[in-house]
Write a protein of this length. Structure first.
Length: 53
């Protein structure tokens, strides 16, 4: 098991690439969700302003 985690001396590169890939995948999910929430809030604000006038 230790040899598996050591990756023949390339563990730093292998595990850091896995970590970077995981971060990119998470950002690909979280950023659009945040942008959607902001966009919907902006649309709601505009609709409230339009109803007041």
């Amino acid at each position: 098991m230790n040899e598996f985690f050591h990756m023949g001396g390339y563990a730093f590169y292998v595990w850091s690439s896995y970590a970077i890939a995981l971060v990119v995948l998470l950002l690909n999910v979280l950023v659009p969700m945040r942008n959607r929430r902001r966009l919907l809030a902006a649309i709601a604000r505009r609709a409230r302003r339009a109803r007041r006038t």
